[in-house]
Design a protein around this ligand. Sequence first.
Ligand SMILES: Cc1cc2nc3c(=O)[nH]c(=O)nc-3n(C[C@H](O)[C@H](O)[C@H](O)COP(=O)(O)OP(=O)(O)OC[C@H]3O[C@@H](n4cnc5c(N)ncnc54)[C@H](O)[C@@H]3O)c2cc1C
Length: 300
Amino acid sequence: MKPALFDYIVPATLAEALGLLHDLEQDGVDVKVMAGGQSLMPLMNMRLAMPAAVIDLNGLEGELGYLYREGDTLRIGALTRHYQLEDSPVIAQDCPVIGEAESLIGHPQIRSRGTIGGSLCHADPSAELPLIFTLLDGRVTLNSVDGERVVGPADFFLSYLMTQVSATEIATEVRLPALPAGAGQAIEEFSPRHGDFAIAAVACQVALDAQGRLAAARLAVGGASSTPKDVSDVLNAHQGERLTDDLAKSVLDKVTSLIDPLDDLHATAQYRLDLVRALGRSAIAKASQRARGQVPGKRR
Ligand SMILES: Cc1cc2nc3c(=O)[nH]c(=O)nc-3n(C[C@H](O)[C@H](O)[C@H](O)COP(=O)(O)OP(=O)(O)OC[C@H]3O[C@@H](n4cnc5c(N)ncnc54)[C@H](O)[C@@H]3O)c2cc1C
């Protein structure tokens, strides 16, 4: 199918893009910004979205395509593409779960265009980067002509494909904490075919103390509710304990009591709960092995 007719505008700077967005909104024009176009264009081609105007952000790559570490924080411009995160030595060293998640997203063609900002703003609850953003309790900067605000995952994701981003805002930067020394991370997901969206996914980060006991944890579930779910508290309740498989099982029993997954044509709710248990055990085990340095290359 082909999209409905729309005006196509390519600003050269962020300031120009924000001004255009503001002016078009004031004039009552239904306008959408486009980053990689890997979610927006299929929706437009199927006429599930029919904006009257599209502001293409790709002219802003110089301003919004960057990635560097500043102190303990990774600063990632919203137009940074999936493949750039997947291939980045900074990511491999300082937050390897991002690279691991990227390798699970679609196919190389999609990863060569799709962006981190677009992935968060599209807010598919099965998508990998929203899960990682939730896992690491990241921050996204939203700019408009009126200034900027910084939002965390609990406020950013409202529901299935719905976020805090207003019609006059552009996401400009994503900040994620670097992997703490001695910690390990992992993401596990199940999808029917490689490259499909996950039916369920679990991501985990654990830090162990010198005796190998749990010192701090992050745990998040994707694909099982309308937004990715932060369930870190359930695992953190066991700080000071050894992270055995039995402990992981009881943590995941509690986690599954906190989520109410969808029944849809892809999977039943019960199947998703079973997946969360199985994937969660594997993610927790892998993250703690990596924290112990048992999986080469994944621990600083
Ligand atoms: C066949 C196929 C398979 C895929 N499989 C997966 C998968 O397994 N996992 C996965 O996570 N994703 C998958 N995707 C989606 C892909 O990851 C997209 O890159 C991502 O969802 C959207 O990023 P984008 O940059 O292409 O955004 P776009 O498609 O350009 O935009 C998506 C939405 O975000 C808004 N938006 C974009 N950038 C900004 C911004 N900076 N500020 C404000 N709003 C913005 C747009 O207005 C639009 O509403 C798949 C896509 C395809 C076509």
